[in-house]
Ligand binder design. Structure first.
Ligand SMILES: C[S@@+](CC[C@H](N)C(=O)[O-])C[C@H]1O[C@@H](n2cnc3c(N)ncnc32)[C@H](O)[C@@H]1O
Length: 350
């Protein structure tokens, strides 16, 4: 069954709204990419199935504020494109923006903080982006940032205590046996195919889709994921709690983060096999970790999934200890400093 783990809602100390600056920096960085993709690839004569309405969706938008900046950047770039083709202000389309996330996302906070001066009509669309969410050909631009690395679920066999491929004692698949990495890769391929098939129905011909997500260096195995250093101290904190009898060993052994960082070749293969999109751009950008995510940032993203599996009563203890553990660690160095993010732009084939 598909899992759903939204970020922490509201605007409290551990909320995603207050702890998503790393994602904001990454999304700001691609503002020129959005503008360039729209200027060069949006065919405004073809892309509007319903005259005068331009549909934008942010899939996995969370609670803001990053989604507001992204949507503003997209709309500014589309307006610019229309004007560059001679369209007057009075003839611009009206923008309908759909904010999507899991049903359990805090949509109240998202809507309460929508920019007052916005140039669009806003609607929330709850549900998993691994299924259909919109009517046929009703969208013109789909955006998704730092959400598609969340799988619909961890590969079931690696959490099965009776299976030979159970990923015991690990939170994640870095440095696991190769078959564990392969199981993650296969789950990602299945999920991504479901995602593309649903979007192929919903995106109008000529419509664009921009995906930002964590990725992996080309030519490396899944188990060499560069996301590992981020998870290692969390894994070690959980193992401390197991050794002290606070968390059971079976609980630890059966848990795996449903997160995967693919390579560009994996994405390319899935997109070709799906057959409904042209690849406009696909690149892995490497950048140095400016810093490790703080305990508060990890809590904003992971508390929901951890408390479902390990129990909410253990969360203060887990994240307090994690905070002390990372404070005592030497700074990252060498390859551990490098992260990869994928910039993917696809165009719906006619
Ligand atoms: C790290 S947050 C990114 C939020 C925002 N896009 C940003 O850049 O700040 C990932 C979001 O993806 C959502 N998400 C993960 N899997 C999803 C799915 N299958 N369907 C819809 N949303 C999903 C999570 O609930 C979460 O809000």
């Amino acid at each position: 069954m598909e899992e759903s783990h939204a970020m922490i809602g509201g605007d409290g100390r551990y909320s995603y709204a207050k702890n998503s600056n790393l994602q904001k920096v990454a999304a700001d960085d691609v503002k020129p990419l959005i503008a360039g993709a729209i200027a060069e690839n949006l065919d405004i004569q073809r892309v509007r199935p319903i005259p005068d309405i331009f549909g934008v969706a942010d899939l996995g938008c969370s609670v803001g504020p990053n989604t507001y900046f992204a949507v503003k950047n997209i709309i500014e770039a589309v307006v610019q494109k229309y004007k560059s083709e001679g369209c007057h202000d009075s003839n611009l389309p009206e923008f309908q923006v759909f904010f999507n996330d899991h049903v359990s996302n805090d949509f109240n906070t998202l809507f309460a903080n929508l920019p007052v001066e916005r140039q669009y009509f806003a609607a929330g669309v709850p549900g998993s982006f691994y299924h259909r969410l919109f009517p046929k050909a009703s969208l013109n631009f789909v955006y998704s940032a730092y959400a598609l690395h969340w799988l619909s679920k961890a590969p079931p066999e690696i959490g099965d205590l009776d299976s030979a491929s159970c990923n015991k004692g690990r939170l994640y698949y870095r440095n696991a046996p190769n078959e564990v990495g392969q199981a993650y890769s296969a789950q990602f391929a299945k999920d991504m195919e479901s995602f593309l098939s649903a979007r192929a129905e919903e995106l109008a011909p000529g419509g664009l889709m921009m995906i930002l997500m964590s990725g992996r260096k080309e030519g490396t195995l899944p188990i060499q994921s560069s996301l590992g250093p981020q998870y290692q101290p969390l894994e070690s904190t959980l193992l401390d709690l197991v050794n002290e009898g606070i968390i059971s060993k079976d609980k630890m052994d059966s848990f795996n983060m449903p997160i995967y960082a693919p390579s560009t070749v994996e994405i390319q293969t899935i997109v070709f096999e799906n057959g409904c999109f042209d690849i406009v751009r696909l690149l892995a950008r490497n950048h140095n970790f400016s810093r490790m995510p703080t305990a508060q940032e990890c809590r904003a993203g992971f508390e929901v999934i951890f408390s479902k599996h390990f129990g909410s009563k253990n969360m203060d203890q887990l994240f307090d200890r994690f905070s002390k553990k990372i404070a005592g660690m030497p700074p990252l160095s060498g390859d551990d400093l490098i992260r990869y993010s994928l910039n993917i732009i696809l165009k719906r084939k006619p």
